[in-house]
Design a binder for this molecule. Structure first.
Ligand code: ZN
Length: 224
């Protein structure tokens, strides 16, 4: 009975092993922040590819075993899962990503404004990651600059304050934010070692950005 009391929070590896035990197959699990497709299952060769919304990291034992059964049978949607999704979807919509340690108000640009308009324009308002300006770090002066990053662990986006600069056009900043939100949306695969972060799917998604050509052209002319 101890098994039932297990806490699944943040336990991707555990989910994966439950799915593997239930199905008897290898599972490639991708945790996503894509609320339009909370759960999708594809079978390819010996492996079952499962894309699962991050809310399931917080699901209880019953829901998790229903998910596992669904992955195994791939038929219908069990009532427990749909109830869970419905409840959490409402929760996701209401949630405004804002925490005290987050800093969205830059010297020149307001990240939250940009984040929210991009969320609406490209993701139906369903990306739930938090966003913040990162800290200024002297490291950036030496290393090749990372302009943005997304952590799937904390579901958070960090943007380098070096682009909080009026020399940087707003479409460029928007693109950096869009790029990181796309990471949240598509998810990060947790498969043996090699992580294909910028997959073909990702590159295609990037080009959906309205000012993609301008971004590429600007990037060529300017070194940040
Ligand atoms: Zn990236």
């Amino acid at each position: 009975m101890e098994q039932l009391a297990l806490n699944f929070r943040d336990n991707e590896t555990h989910l994966k092993s439950i799915f593997e035990k239930t199905t008897g197959r290898g599972i490639a699990l991708t945790i996503t922040d894509n609320a339009t497709s909370m759960l999708s299952v594809k079978s390819k060769g010996e492996t079952i590819y499962v894309r699962l919304h991050r809310i399931f990291l917080e699901a209880g034992t019953e829901v998790v075993s229903e998910v596992a059964e669904f992955i195994k049978k791939r038929r219908g949607t069990p009532p427990l899962i749909s109830g869970f999704i419905r409840e959490r979807r409402e929760h996701l919509k209401k949630k405004v990503p804002r925490r005290s340690k987050l800093c969205t108000n830059g010297k020149h640009y307001d990240l939250l404004n940009i984040y929210e308009s991009i969320n609406k324009a490209y993701f139906e308002g369903l990306v739930s990651a938090t966003i913040t300006w990162g800290k200024k770090s002297p490291r950036y002066a030496v290393r090749k600059r990372t302009l943005g990053s997304y952590s799937s662990h904390s579901n958070s986006i960090r943007i380098n304050p070096v682009i909080d600069n009026l020399r940087v056009p707003v479409f460029y900043l928007e693109f950096i934010v869009y790029h990181e939100m796309l990471h949240a949306h598509i998810g990060v695969k947790s498969k043996n070692g090699r992580r294909s972060i910028h997959s073909k799917e990702f590159r295609v998604g990037e080009k959906v950005f309205k000012y993609y050509e301008q971004v590429m052209a600007w990037e060529k002319r300017n070194r940040i």
